[in-house]
Design a protein around this ligand. Structure first.
Ligand code: PNS
Length: 159
């Protein structure tokens, strides 16, 4: 059984992330979509909110499971018996950070490969930060995020 971990902040999950999860699920038997609990940056949405939005969004993808983790990613991946870490690559600007992370993780855990999936061109400009900014300034983000996120962003604006 080929198991992968797709880690991230998912603050919030976007349709770009969902595209990567769908495509990873075609390659692997099981994809653990793993939300980091304590990133260095303070998240906009708490861990429970991010988990709920992601669960609602990937409910239809049978081979994907939503989970959370803290500590080292390679330790988490090893605990799930994953052979790969999946990351999405948008533009060249992602490369430096991803290259550094992939090589650091490989040094710590040579058994786990990092696999990059190119983001669909439709989402190549999309990021969670842009979504939060547009939404908080009153813009429309429908089509960019799953419905579960759209609802949450709207309720956040009202409160
Ligand atoms: O969605 P993000 O914010 O780009 O995801 C970054 C993430 C969660 C993959 C990265 O910060 C991470 O793996 N954190 C766990 C700590 C760790 O293992 N650090 C060493 C890897 S270089």
């Amino acid at each position: 059984m080929k198991i992968a971990v797709y880690p991230g902040s998912f603050d919030p999950v976007t349709n770009g992330h969902i595209d990567i999860i769908n495509r990873a699920a075609k390659i692997f038997d099981l994809v653990h979509v793993a939300i980091i609990v304590n990133p260095e940056k303070t998240p906009y949405f708490g861990i429970d909110e991010r988990m709920n939005m992601l669960k609602a969004a990937v409910g239809g993808i049978k081979k994907a499971k939503v989970d959370s983790f803290d500590g080292l990613l390679v330790d988490y991946a090893a605990s799930k018996k994953a052979c790969a870490i999946v990351r999405g690559l948008r533009a060249v600007s992602d490369f430096d950070y991803e290259f550094q992370m992939a090589l650091t993780n490989l040094r710590m855990c040579p058994e786990i490969e990092t696999i990059f999936i190119m983001t669909d061109y439709k989402y190549s400009y999309l990021s969670s930060s842009l979504v939060k900014q547009i939404s908080s300034l009153g813009g429309n983000v429908s089509g960019l995020v799953p419905d579960s996120v759209l609802k949450k962003l709207k309720s956040r604006k009202r409160s």
